[in-house]
Write a protein that binds this ligand. Structure first.
Ligand code: SAM
Ligand code: DTB
Ligand code: SF4
Length: 345
């Protein structure tokens, strides 16, 4: 399969047909695509840190950090650069290659001291030799340029669901606002990381329409997080039924087929999935996970459990491509020795 088989003209109907294939056929097709574009047995390890938690003015109904819902998440100020870099060093030692900093903001305040601190965090993470990602809300063109200048590798900004369902989940911004920030990020030369959530009450059509919106971007997002809703008590979506492993695997496989060269990240929801369910998603084309015992405010499998799962399955950690060394394709390496247990602070 040539690189030219990357398409930007997928239709919702085509994506639906792919999503609905019998599972063995779907996985076979996703694996076939996967192997033409990626090392077959390697998984990217990305560690998340919430650098500014809670008290968010937005009303995203899935989110425990919205100030509108009583979820028990305590509002915190923006962390210091040193605290964040300490987290990044620990993540690197544990084997993560990408460090992603999240802030519960609608958008960062242009030119503020907080903004300058965030830029400092990005520089610091890059100087550790890690890929730096951030998710800070909506950005202006100027902010995207400044992040690029600071060395940011990727910016996460999820479209979350279909254009049609978006208004059922969030009212404080619209789908077009999301696409506008994604455009600003791409124009600044930063990799786009964009995906969404399933299990919010959306229909199958919304799931595949979300993937088609992403697959129609040129270029495709560098990475596509597939989150299962973490139904947090106090949010409007607290009672939504859990998605199944097969639904997650279908989403990962469909994303893989529609966006062959993108990293497909099996994201939130792993804590509630068995090891077998997670490996099904990886077999279906996911090649990245959030790694570390916390996502932003909710839990994630601990490092030891992930190491054990990867070793048992013969998976390796992905080493990022190094454009400066003239290497454009990611390769894999053996997993690091089991890291020392980190005391909870
Ligand atoms: N405030 C910024 C924004 O909304 O873009 C950045 C942080 S926000 C927490 C990043 C993403 O986390 C959201 O777009 C959503 O996809 C995901 N997310 C938040 N809460 C979640 C939940 N309960 N379950 C699954 N994914 C969730
Ligand atoms: C993404 O798609 N998922 C991550 C990351 N990008 C920022 C966040 C998941 C958050 C889950 C709920 C929480 O821990 O607060
Ligand atoms: Fe705020 Fe982001 Fe949570 Fe929405 S998803 S409430 S913007 S932190």
């Amino acid at each position: 399969m040539e690189k030219s088989s990357i398409r930007h003209d997928w239709t919702v109907q085509e994506a639906r047909e792919i999503y609905n294939l019998p599972l063995p056929e779907l996985i076979y097709r996703a694996q076939t695509v996967h192997r033409h574009f990626h090392p077959p047995n390697a998984v990217q390890l990305c560690t998340l840190l919430s650098v500014k938690t809670g008290a968010c003015p937005e009303d995203c109904s899935y989110c425990p950090q919205s100030a509108r819902y009583e979820t028990g998440v305590e509002a915190e100020r923006l962390m210091s650069v040193e605290e964040v870099l300490e987290g990044a060093r620990r993540a690197k030692e544990a084997g993560a290659s990408r460090f992603c900093m999240g802030a519960a903001w609608r958008s960062p305040k242009e030119g503020s001291n907080q903004w300058k601190r965030v830029l400092e965090m990005v520089r610091g993470v890059r100087s550790l030799g890690m890929e730096a990602c951030a998710t800070l809300g909506m950005l202006s063109d100027e902010q995207a340029r400044e992040l690029k200048e600071a060395g940011l590798t990727a910016y996460n900004h999820n479209i979350d669901t279909s254009k049609e369902f978006y208004g059922e989940i969030i009212t404080t911004r619209d789908f077009e606002d999301r696409l506008e920030t994604i455009r600003a990020v791409a124009d600044a030369g930063i990799h786009v990381c964009s995906g969404g959530i399933i299990g919010m009450g959306e229909k199958l059509n919304d799931r595949v329409a979300m993937l088609v919106t992403l697959a129609r971007l040129e270029p495709h997002p560098e990475s596509v997080p597939i989150n299962a809703l973490v139904a947090v008590a106090g949010t409007p979506l607290e009672d939504r039924p859990k998605v199944t492993a097969v639904e997650m695997a279908r989403m990962c496989a469909t994303a893989r087929i529609l966006m062959p060269a993108s990293m497909v990240r099996l994201s939130a929801g792993r804590s509630e999935m068995s090891e077998e369910a997670q490996l099904l998603c990886i077999t279906a084309g996911a090649n990245s996970i959030f790694y570390g015992d916390k996502l932003l405010t909710t839990g994630n499998p601990d490092v030891e459990a992930d190491m054990a799962m990867m070793r048992a399955a013969g998976l390796e950690a992905l080493v990022p491509a190094d454009p400066e060394a003239g290497r454009e394709v990611a390769t894999s390496t053996s997993l690091p020795a089991m890291p020392p247990a980190v005391e909870a602070s």
